[in-house]
Design a protein around this ligand. Structure first.
Ligand SMILES: *Cc1c(COP(=O)(O)O)cnc(C)c1O
Length: 384
């Protein structure tokens, strides 16, 4: 798994310029950098002058913090906290996303014990029904606790969009209105956040909320931020138009995948017409064929749905498509190299890269590129 640091940096800069001047870009390295190795990605992104990174949890945050050494990069812990996490948050200089009175109380205790004020970002649930506090009574209780706290500072107010890839979505509009009400409620309790953030990669790529976030932030003397993951790794979901048609967004066209996933051919054989291939003998050669053995399977994240007759996936060998024949096994896959000259043991096989992208894998497997990237496994090599 070759990670191109140059591409990570170029993608990060493309996101910055699409987000617009004055908008902070938090690069999400959660889930081990979407399967790209959080340590490699964090270092590259900090070199590209990322001031904020997003991690999954306190353990990942502590690892990234250690990797970054003296760097003052801020780390936002995006996927919640448990009571027992608070002291490690403070110890490792992590900024948690909080949304309950208990979260604030735990951070209060940890901050007081360490003698340092802790910064937190408050998440408002505007329509995901996942993390975040609901506008109204629930938010009032959290805000009251926060404004009474000497040790916990509410630095940011955030929410998350459910349908950012849908152009001018009614759902997004509704979430935006809820967020507006939430912000007003937070401010009426005397809390003035310095950062406001709502959007992910698709929000930047689709673009319809960006002007609003910038304007709202400006009105309250805050800075707008976006939290982008997938775009940094080099892609975005297709933007869904009102007519149900999808297209590449204006950011997506500027991105390039940072990951190349490769292996080598470990065997080549000729099979006669009528020979079956793989588990279940689901494939029968209709003619004499040459097939290559590739030492990758579903245990490595090469999805079983790439099997012939299901997703009809392929790999790239010598710049040509070699289609999967039969079923993908746990650690092995067979591909058709009948029409590709010179394939031998040791020939390079591209599983993700030029000619085969994460969206292709997602299509075969009936899922999204996020799922594919998080699932692929291999030895990481960092390239300039
Ligand atoms: C993962 C995540 C993001 C990043 O989403 P992308 O679509 O990869 O840009 C942003 N915000 C939250 C809350 C997330 O969990």
């Amino acid at each position: 798994m070759e990670i191109s640091r140059a591409r990570l940096k170029e993608n990060f800069r493309a996101v910055q310029s699409a987000a617009g001047a004055g908008v902070e870009v938090l690069a999400v390295v959660k889930a081990n950098g979407y399967g790209h190795d959080a340590a490699i990605c964090a270092m590259a992104l900090v070199e590209a002058k990322a001031r904020w990174l997003g991690v999954s949890d306190v353990e990942e945050g502590a690892r990234v913090r250690e990797q970054l050494g003296e760097s003052v990069t801020r780390l936002l812990v995006m996927c919640g906290m448990e009571q027992g996490d608070a002291s490690a948050m403070v110890q490792h200089g992590l900024t948690p996303v909080v949304w309950t009175v208990e979260h604030v109380a735990a951070m209060e205790r940890a901050a007081r014990a360490s003698g340092q004020r802790a910064k937190v970002h408050l998440e408002i649930d505007t329509g995901m029904s996942r993390q975040g506090t609901q506008v109204g009574e629930e938010l009032a209780a959290v805000v009251e606790r926060l404004s009474a706290s000497r040790w916990v500072h509410c630095e940011g107010v955030m929410s998350h969009l459910s349908s950012a890839e849908v152009a001018w979505s009614k759902i997004t509009e509704n979430q935006r209105e809820n967020f507006e009400r939430g912000i007003a409620q937070v401010r009426s309790a005397g809390i003035e956040p310095e950062l406001l953030h709502l959007g992910n990669s698709s929000a930047v790529d689709e673009g319809s909320t960006m002007g609003w976030v910038r304007e709202t932030a400006k009105q309250i003397g805050a800075k707008a931020m976006v939290r982008t993951g997938l775009a940094v790794y080099g892609m975005c979901l297709p933007v869904e138009g009102p007519n149900g048609k999808t297209k590449k967004g204006s950011l997506a066209v500027k991105l390039k995948p940072a990951l190349t996933w490769k292996t080598h051919v470990t065997g080549v054989r000729e099979i006669a017409k009528g020979t079956t291939v793989g588990y279940g003998a689901t494939f029968t050669a209709q003619r004499k064929m040459r097939i290559a053995l590739v030492p990758v399977g579903y245990a490595d994240g090469f999805r079983r749905e790439a099997s012939s007759g299901i997703g009809d996936g392929w790999v790239m060998i010598a710049g040509k498509k070699a289609r999967v024949v039969g079923r993908v096994s746990m650690n092995l896959t067979t591909v058709d190299v009948t029409g590709i000259d010179g394939v031998h043991v040791g020939s390079e096989v591209v599983l993700l890269g030029e000619g085969v992208c994460a969206e292709d894998h997602a299509q075969w497997a009936g899922t999204i590129a996020y799922d594919i990237l998080c699932g692929v496994k291999g030895k990481f090599v960092s390239r300039g």
